[in-house]
Design a protein. Sequence first.
Length: 202
Amino acid sequence: MRIHERIKVSEPVAGVRLYSVPTALKGITHIAGSLLGGDVYSPANHCALPGVVADMLDEGTRRHSKHTLAARLEGVGASLAFSAASHHVRFSGIARPQDSALWIETLAEELRESAFKARAFASVIKRIVGTLDAEAEDTDEQATIRLSRLLFPEGHPNAHHATDEVKRDIASLRTADARAFHARAYGTGSLTLVAAGDVDAE
């Protein structure tokens, strides 16, 4: 059977599309997905906000600390990571089939109930600024940014923001900005999940 013939599409929850792909791999399930909320959805005055919010998702929720959530997954050999792209917030990880429900529960909690606590927010901002400082010294990266800005008009998804511009924006962000963007941009309407490996497609 060809791989496209093994794909089952379902909607386990309204607004969530699930693609299940059973393979010969046993004992592990790879799960990935996305929802709208990437860079193109940033407010005009806060180009860095989608990336900051994505980085905050695994920094703790209203119910559990970052360390509790990490221990929950690590205790069963599972993993979960987030990132922001031009259009989407992406997530991916692995879990054993018997722990897939726990993985999904953790994903849902982190997507829906992020705490955006001040200390964690400051830590994320500091980490991003460090990355931007390194980016500013990377001539290849700066050439790529410059080329994108020459090829595409301002506001185009492929036109990168200048490093200094992003740093200024980062310095102006507050937790209230992150909470507001999360409340406005995140939801189930565009959420897509793909589970492959040891999957029961039925």
